[in-house]
Ligand binder design. Structure first.
Ligand code: GAR
Length: 200
């Protein structure tokens, strides 16, 4: 049976290496989704160049100068305009309001650079996560893809994979090891999300 591909909207704030992993995956004909728009809250980030190179429509919605409602309304409108079925947060560094999440209930995925429920929540993003993991002397870390709910980083995990924390790790070396597996699991989590939808 053939199914219509899911339209993905990717929200970014930076380099977009996870966006790239999704772009690369979506070039395979058996991948169940295609990216129809990329939205960044920051101008000039490399993730926008990646979207451009892949000929994916992209836009900047700056969080500065807009209140939260206006900011989210603009994002919502763009996602609707591009007929998005699934929103993928890929290094998107703004916390979305409960109102926005309710509009997209069960349809937003996030990738987090730790083994949730550990090392999640407000303030736990980017290098802060890896610093906390090293300070806590954890022997392993990893990455998690989860469904976004109103509680920050608290939604059900779809997929996670661990990596060892080495004794001489710095936040940077650990971040690089985790990032490699982020690229591996984000496309797999999208596949799993699509599989669950079609088996409903
Ligand atoms: C990734 O490590 C992602 O997990 C993290 O930001 C990085 C973005 O990299 N996200 C968070 O910390 C969200 N809480 P990228 O722009 O190269 O995909």
């Amino acid at each position: 049976m053939t199914h219509h591909k899911l339209n993905i909207g990717v929200l970014i704030s930076g380099g977009g290496s996870n966006l790239q992993a999704l772009i690369d995956a979506s070039e395979h004909s058996d991948f169940p989704a295609k990216i129809t728009c990329v939205i960044s809250n920051k101008d000039g980030v490399y993730g926008l160049t990646r979207a451009d190179l892949a000929c994916i429509p992209h836009a900047v919605v700056p969080h500065k100068g807009l209140n939260r409602e206006e900011f989210e309304q603009q994002i919502h409108q763009l996602l609707c305009q591009h007929k998005v079925d699934l929103v993928c947060l890929a290094g998107f560094m703004r916390i979305l309001s409960a109102d926005f999440i309710a509009k997209w209930e069960g349809k937003i995925l996030n990738i987090h650079p730790a083994l949730l429920p550990k090392f999640g929540g407000e303030g736990m993003y980017g290098h802060h996560v890896h610093e906390a993991v090293i300070t806590a002397k954890e022997s392993e870390s990893g990455a998690s893809v989860h469904i976004v709910t109103a509680g920050c980083d608290e939604g059900p995990v779809i997929l996670q994979k661990s990596v060892p924390v080495e004794p001489d790790d710095t936040p940077d070396t650990l971040a690089a090891r985790v990032l490699d597996i982020e690229h591996e699991i984000y496309p797999l989590a999208v596949k799993e999300f699509a599989r669950r939808l079609t088996s409903l």
